[in-house]
Every structure is written in C-alpha cells, then in structure tokens.
Design a protein around this ligand. Structure first.
Ligand SMILES: Cc1cc2nc3c(=O)[nH]c(=O)nc-3n(C[C@H](O)[C@H](O)[C@H](O)COP(=O)(O)OP(=O)(O)OC[C@H]3O[C@@H](n4cnc5c(N)ncnc54)[C@H](O)[C@@H]3O)c2cc1C
Length: 242
C-alpha cells in the first residue's frame, strides 16, 4: 500500500566524513512517526520533470522512538543527481517531500533468540542496522548474539564508529570493521573485505540469520558466498542500494 507524501523540514546537516552527511528531517504534521527499524523513506527531489525519475530511497538510521525527527546517513555519489541536490542545495530549513515508511528489511517479531544475527554492510548500508540496534537497546529487547560487520576503504570513512562501540556495552553485540585499502597503526580490525570475516566466524556453520545491506556488488557476493557455505536462502535477507 502506498503511503502519503509528507513534507519534511531539514533540521540539521552534519558532515561525518569527507563525502558523507547525516541529515535530520522533521515531519511537522505528525507528533510521532511510526515505522519499523530497518525501513526506508522515498524522497521526491526536484531534479527531473518526470516524477518517477526524481525518487530516491534512503534508509532511516534513527530508532522508531525519536518523535517526528528522522535521521538519514547519505554518501555523495560523484555522478549522482539526487545526492548532488542533497549536498549542494539542501540547507537547514529546506523542505523535502518524502513518502514511507517502506520495506521489509526488518527483524521478525517476535525475535527468535536461538539463532545468531549477523549484519553485514558497507558504507551507508549501516543505516538500517543502526536503527535496529538502537531499537533493541531502547526497548531492552531480548536478543541472540549479534555480529555487525562493517566494511569501508579507509579508517576515516568508518561511519558511526563510536556509536557502535558504545552499543557493544549495551547489547550482546560484536562489532567487526574491515578496511579494504589501508591498515592504520593500532588498527585492531580486519584488513580486506567484509566476506573473510563472516566466513571465518561461521566456518562451523552454526544457525545464523544474515542481513546484508549496501551496494549491489557486496550484497550479491555475500549472498553467493553464504549459499556456498551451505546457508539456506531463507536465512539471507537483502537490502540492495542500487
Ligand atoms: C531501499 C534503499 C535504501 C537506500 N538507502 C540509502 C542510504 O541510507 N544512504 C545512501 O547513501 N544511499 C541509500 N540508497 C541509495 C540511494 O537511493 C541513491 O541510489 C544514491 O543516493 C544515489 O543517488 P543519486 O541520485 O545521487 O545517483 P543517481 O544519479 O541515481 O545514480 C548514478 C548511478 O550510480 C549508482 N551509484 C550511486 N551512488 C553509488 C555508490 N556510492 N556506489 C556505487 N554505485 C552508486 C546508482 O545506482 C546509479 O546507477 C538506498 C537505496 C535503496 C534502494
């Protein structure tokens, strides 16, 4: 079912890396906005005459209990029309038309506690997992062990690093970072891509529900590798950003 379009007002913009920003947008017509952690919104950006060429989707990075303010973490795409508009023209106070919540990249309710959860993401693919993890923490929800595997090229592109470290104290969360292009001094994470991490962690093939989010190359490769490891398709959930 299609949800209505809302007018959201951008209330803050924060640079978190050289090419990634956190946008917070308020829906002034609603006291609180109901959604399930892991869902996304579709923005209608004034970048084309044809409506369906103006639509871009963004996962909600905040937890469902933050009133009528939604957080998005968005990376600038070099050739991208939508992100050029978001990064060059959108200021605090700009109105953005958005529709949602949409999507089924959410945890089951009730959440089984007998199967490990493994979240695999690259770059801004961390957004739905941040929402889900904050939601589990805020609701004191019983949950199985969770592995969050985050991949990016360089240390300065790690998103929500401190936030995730903090969540490891609040949840049964194991946070793994993979850097594919550098190994900084004192870096205790993994050098390479995300794939080596879950292959090593789950080599003995324990019961795991996998959630994969990010650009298609990573998501497709991870899905294929997990199937090769013997995991069932039904245990692999995908959110592909392109
Ligand atoms: C369900 C869903 C949720 C999403 N959530 C987020 C989110 O939370 N944060 C976020 O930053 N993006 C997210 N995206 C991607 C977003 O919708 C846009 O595709 C992205 O911002 C690029 O839009 P653009 O208009 O700038 O580029 P366009 O002009 O639409 O695209 C140019 C081309 O490059 C590809 N492309 C764009 N950026 C990249 C990139 N960095 N790496 C590889 N290929 C790329 C596009 O797929 C397209 O083929 C999500 C996509 C979906 C489907």
């Amino acid at each position: 079912m299609l949800t209505p379009w809302y007018k959201a007002i951008v209330v803050s913009i924060e640079d978190i890396t050289d090419n990634t920003r956190i946008f917070r947008a308020q829906l002034p017509d609603a006291d609180s906005f109901l959604f399930r952690a892991g869902q996304f919104m579709t923005f209608d950006l004034p970048i084309h005459e044809k409506r369906n060429k103006r639509w871009r989707s963004y996962s909600i990075a905040s937890a469902p209990d933050t009133g009528n303010i939604l957080e998005f973490v968005i990376v600038a795409s070099e050739q991208g029309m939508g992100t050029r508009y978001l990064f060059e023209d959108v200021k605090v106070g700009t109105a953005i038309s958005m529709r949602g919540p949409q999507g089924v990249f959410t945890l089951p309710d009730p959440l089984p506690t007998d199967k490990i959860l493994c979240f695999v993401c690259t770059g801004t693919g961390i957004a739905p997992f941040r929402s889900i993890l904050h939601d589990l923490r805020n609701r004191h929800q019983a949950h199985p062990p969770i592995h969050l595997i985050f991949g990016t090229r360089y240390e300065h592109h790690i998103l929500y690093g401190n936030d995730m470290q903090q969540l490891t104290h609040d949840l049964d969360l194991h946070y793994h970072v993979a850097l594919s292009r550098e190994t900084p001094p004192n870096f205790t994470g993994h050098r390479g891509h995300v794939h080596g991490i879950y292959e090593r962690l789950f080599a003995a093939r324990p019961p795991v529900s996998f959630y994969l989010c990010g650009w298609r190359n990573m998501v497709t490769e991870a899905q294929q590798r997990l199937l090769q490891m013997g995991y069932d398709r039904r245990d692999i959930h995908l959110e592909s950003y392109d």
